[in-house]
Write a protein that binds this ligand. Structure first.
Ligand code: C2E
Ligand code: MG
Ligand code: MG
Ligand code: MG
Length: 291
């Protein structure tokens, strides 16, 4: 009996595994296809604001996949497959191109008066060779965007595989004026020497610390330490995942200059952005931002 059950369980497991693998392969083929049209993969934009004035300081671009059959798929579902298959290289390039075109259009329409930076998430795979350098800078030139507009967000884990090559590629990006941001700071390996070696301009404090910054002593201590470190190294700091007004107040008091999160704006496609709110023309929200 138990043997039978065991065999049954095993079969079920195998079937599920096979279905998973088949599903992953199907998803991969579908992503490959999505990269050939311009409606399935959509850049969403989330505001980054100045913590003192509530003014728009930049946008982070986050990919959304509007799958024709499966519906909306979040990056956490397809990013691992995109990374494994190598499709992430195409996907990131596609997102950067769309976002740069969008930013140039906003400037042309007069939607953005001051200089607003564009944060783009970049997979570590881009640092496995030098090809990023060949297409990224010409693309910026093509859209008439100064290199300093672009802030490339990478995570710490990105830097562990190929430290020497990554350092050299990032150094060249920096020489051309591109800014580098370390994403999810505090959750990875947090080798502090990285900050200096990779010449980052910006640290993004992970939402894990932001979540409890108004109530938990440990989180406060960590955020305070990150801000002190950043100040000593001359880095800008963005706090991610800010959802409530008490968090805003706590972060502002600690001296964090840039904030991002649902409290200010959810990620939205270009045509859904609320410009009145982003520019503080909506009085109620402006009062809220500068409270
Ligand atoms: P991330 O770069 O750390 O982005 C922050 C994530 O937190 C995003 O999730 C964002 O939608 C979410 N978020 C923003 N504000 C809040 C908030 O107030 N509360 C909460 N709970 N969450 C908030 P999302 O869009 O699902 O993206 C997940 C991750 O996928 C990103 O983390 C990034 O690592 C990756 N990713 C997204 N788009 C791209 C892309 O185009 N290329 C690459 N290589 N990675 C991407
Ligand atoms: Mg990011
Ligand atoms: Mg992050
Ligand atoms: Mg993240």
């Amino acid at each position: 009996r138990s043997k039978q059950r065991g065999r049954h369980g095993y079969t079920l497991f195998n079937q599920e595994l096979r279905r998973d693998q088949a599903d992953q392969l199907a998803l991969e083929a579908e992503l490959r296809h999505a990269l050939t049209n311009d409606y399935e993969l959509v850049p969403y934009y989330q505001a980054i604001v100045d913590s003192q004035t509530g003014r728009l300081a930049g946008f982070e671009t986050l990919v959304r996949w509007h799958h024709p059959q499966r519906g909306m798929i979040s990056p956490s579902v397809f990013m691992p497959m995109a990374e494994e298959s190598g499709l992430i290289l195409k996907l990131d390039r596609y997102m950067i191109e769309r976002a740069c075109a969008q930013l140039a259009a906003w400037y042309a329409e007069g939607q953005l008066s001051n200089e607003v930076c564009l944060h783009i998430n970049l997979s570590s795979t881009h640092f496995h060779d030098r090809s990023l350098l060949d297409w990224l800078l010409p693309m910026l030139g093509q859209y008439g965007l100064p290199a300093g507009t672009l802030h490339l967000e990478v995570t710490e884990s990105a830097l562990i595989d190929v430290p020497e090559l990554a350092i050299s590629v990032m150094k060249q990006l920096k020489e051309q004026g591109v800014c580098l941001a370390l994403d999810d700071f505090g959750t990875g390996y947090s080798a502090l020497s990285y900050l200096h070696r990779y010449q980052f301009d910006v640290l993004k404090i992970d939402q894990a610390f932001v979540r409890e910054v108004h109530c938990q002593e440990e989180s406060v201590a960590i955020v305070r330490a990150i801000l002190a470190l950043a100040a000593a190294l001359g880095l800008e700091v963005v706090a991610e995942g800010v959802e409530t007004e008490v968090q805003v107040r706590a972060l502002r008091e600690l001296g964090c200059t840039r904030l991002q999160g649902y409290f200010f704006a959810r990620p939205a496609p270009a045509e859904m952005l609320d410009w009145d709110r982003l520019h503080g023309r909506d009085r109620s929200n402006h009062a809220m931002l500068s409270a």
